[in-house]
Design a protein around this ligand. Sequence first.
Ligand SMILES: [Zn+2]
Length: 502
Amino acid sequence: MRFSSLLCVAAASVATACFARQPDQGVSSFDAAASSVAQRARETPPRRARNVILFIGDGMGISTITAARILEGQLRGGDGEGNRLSFEEFPASALVRTYSANQQVSDSAPTATAMLTGWRANDMALSVAPAVAVDEADAAVIAPHVLPTLLERAEQRGLATGVVTTTRITHATPASTYAHTPNRDWEYAGQLPPGATLPDIAAQLVQRQRTGNGIEVVLGGGRESMLPVEMADPEYPDRRGRRRDGRNLINEWLEAQPGSTFVWNREQLLAAGDGPLLGLFEPSHMRYEADRSKDRAGEPSLAEMTRVAIARLRKQRKGYFLMVEGGRIDHGHHAGNAYRALTDTIAFSDAVRAATEAVDARDTLILVTADHSHTLTIGGYPARGNPILGLVRGPGATAPERDAQGRPYTTLSYANGPGFNIVEGNIDEAPRRPAAAGRDRDLSDVDTTAAGFHQQSLVPLAGETHGGEDVALFARGPGSELVRGSIAQNEIFHIARRALGL
Ligand SMILES: [Zn+2]
């Protein structure tokens, strides 16, 4: 790919970033999104915000929002269909087009990159321009294509910053805020190809402590990416780090700034003093909300992490940028397990509610969106109040509806995924049965509302895939004037950037 012009922007410690314009498309994806946001700003001048919080429900498509809304209402013993998730009360909303530079249906790396940098990127790429090949591991080749992120821009302007997630902190969505790599799978040393000069994602997290005054709050999972193989995990002594370069990045993160604290369980988090805070609560991803140990030595909820992050960031004089990800909604869906996807969506909604209660609506823009959808569908003609995870029963009917083969079916199903076969039990170790079992499956005696049930799917795949239709964006606070109509995903960057004056 060649470029007609390069617009270079100084980005301390990220190297000088040059924005690539793609001549074939006339105008770059960055400029196109900027001009469409500018057009809306001329029509309705937006207010400026002191703080911006970007909530990303990973894989939280619109069918997921609908199903989670109904499940939450039903779990409370009330009207499911009439219920509202916290962010559905926000005054502004828009539809968001999520395709990436090279894919119709996107992965989480380019979609997060779109929201964090304003650029459409390639599948697998984190905050680097599409000109970089996915296997390019030469730091010097990548440097001109590094795309500065909202978090880095905020740090350079003296704002406080935070990253909160339920996945590994080195996973695609959180990593897009601080790392620049064409391959999201290069999370720790040992995963990069031989001879690579590009630092792994975990090492870039430590490197980012030299941008501005460093990230103030980092909370999530993923201790194993930060610790060397020689070292035991603090919570599970039989598990070890995964790094093959001997580095202990937790210590390096702490050493980068005096007064920093590292915590690895809920009790330590709630007791942590001032100063930069690194909290890593599992070796890999944190648990699903459905599986989370709620005692004090267990893991914090996403809402608790959000509260802690805001309480620390709001003390900063110049405002803050915070990204909060409900990262495992996506994982529940990939496993074809709507129960865990939806209960994590409810936990995500709780985290948004915690934020709305903790901030001043007059000075804080809250954006709530998804990076991409999934293939979850809500079908049949179930009666009002029918369990959303249950078999389809029509109004007044006691027996379930039957399909063309005379078998009952569920309201929720997936277009593809492991549910083609009979899959039960813990989704992290889902048993596989021959594909023929899916055709013969009869749900008459199956509790489809159980946590371990995997919804049926049409196309047999080991992992269910993302969906390509638009997702929703909900907004509240100054800057939400620009959230309306149908927008491109990378416009979210420009909306947040304008709100903060970056
Ligand atoms: Zn995914």
